[in-house]
Design a protein around this ligand. Structure first.
Ligand code: ADP
Ligand code: MG
Length: 344
């Protein structure tokens, strides 16, 4: 896993080589992943100070939304489980989650924290070959139907009439965090930047005269599947089953859980969404992974997504026509590509 990250980062560094005099870069570890920030066209000291500010911000957000280490979110979850009222430092995050829940027909459902925990994903190290949860336990939790409509927000007061609700923002926290961090960079005078949180990436501006060029990871876990040029304000977010998964008796179980049956999503190995908002692109990439080849198109339209690329287990790539115009595949490793009907 670490090698993949190093490979991806070296690839990006290579893309930038030749212009390093204008490029300030730092890497740090937060949100359980390596985060790289690159700023173009500012004096090094100013760029580094700006990166230091968002490094602190990202650590704070990671703490506030942590789903299992003691955090404001776990405090809220305890209050909900006890049938009491709770709070969050930034309740806007909940309103966003509610909207994405509705737009995705409930496939993006950050109220299923108990199911995610049941599958053993509320821990940092997933390499212990832990036994699978029993079908009865899964069915019991699914029957309680925890969802975002159960939650009421009144000002700073948050409550749920369903005590089975347990919030887990893992599917969109990184996307939202890079939105907020990018806003902060702008306030600090940055006009051209990339924030890459382990494959969840947001850019503003461009790299000198040229757009930023992003590598999208190959779902095999090594190398780059495709490259895409981005500029203005865009987020490129990939959900994949190659990074966080559990393996039991040779079978791989994704950390993306289908709220309808409580089972790990199957069928797609990687889903990339490009959108202005990182939070939206992140929530959508998770929802489309569950929607699968049959329903992704409808869910993407409902969520207002304009660019999607999906990869199935056979390695076939599916793109909408506008995405097809943007992605570039290495000429020696071109996959089978199927272009869908337009999204809009
Ligand atoms: P990554 O963190 O690798 O970018 P995702 O954005 O797809 O991957 O988020 C997966 C995480 O989202 C899981 O680890 C879990 O915390 C949470 N999650 C799993 N299934 C769902 C779901 N159906 N709706 C919302 N959140 C989910
Ligand atoms: Mg996501």
């Amino acid at each position: 896993m670490k090698h993949t990250r190093i490979y991806l980062y070296s690839f990006l560094v290579l893309l930038f080589s030749g212009c390093s005099h204008q490029l300030s870069q730092q890497q740090f570890y937060v949100f359980g992943t390596l985060v790289g920030v690159s700023i173009w066209g500012l004096p090094t000291q100013q760029a580094n100070e700006a990166i230091n500010v968002i490094t602190k911000d990202l650590h704070l957000m990671h703490h506030q939304w942590h789903a299992w280490n003691p955090s404001p979110l776990t405090d809220l979850n305890q209050a909900i489980a006890a049938g009491q009222m709770g709070t969050l430092p930034d309740p806007v995050v909940l309103q966003k989650a509610k909207n994405f829940y509705t737009q995705s027909d409930g496939l993006f459902n950050p109220a299923i924290g108990q199911l995610i925990n049941l599958w053993g994903f509320h821990q940092d190290d997933l390499s212990d070959n832990q036994a699978l949860p029993s079908p009865e336990k899964i069915a019991d939790l699914v029957a309680l139907s925890p969802n975002m409509d159960d939650i009421d927000i009144e000002g700073n007061h948050i409550s749920s009439h369903n005590r089975a609700v347990q919030l887990d923002f893992g599917a969109f926290a990184k996307g939202y965090a890079i939105d907020l961090a990018m806003n902060k960079l702008r306030q600090l005078g940055v006009q051209n930047a990339i924030i890459n949180a382990g494959g969840n990436l947001k850019i503003i501006g461009q790299k000198g005269e040229a757009p930023w060029v992003i590598g999208i990871r190959h779902p095999s876990g090594t190398g780059i599947l495709a490259a895409v040029a981005v500029s203005g304000e865009e987020s490129v977010i990939t959900s994949g089953n190659y990074e966080r998964f559990r393996e039991y008796q040779g079978v791989r179980y994704s950390h993306i859980i289908d709220p309808r049956n409580g089972m790990p999503a199957q069928g797609l190995t990687s889903v990339t969404v490009i959108a202005r908002s990182g939070a939206l692109a992140d929530a959508a990439s998770t929802a489309l992974t569950i929607a699968g080849l049959k329903h992704w198109h409808r869910i993407a339209r409902q969520m207002g997504i304009k660019y999607v690329m999906l990869v199935d287990e056979a390695g076939t790539v599916y793109v909408n026509p506008k995405m097809a115009e943007r992605v570039q595949f290495p000429s020696d490793k071109k996959p089978r590509i199927i272009v869908s009907a337009p999204l809009n």
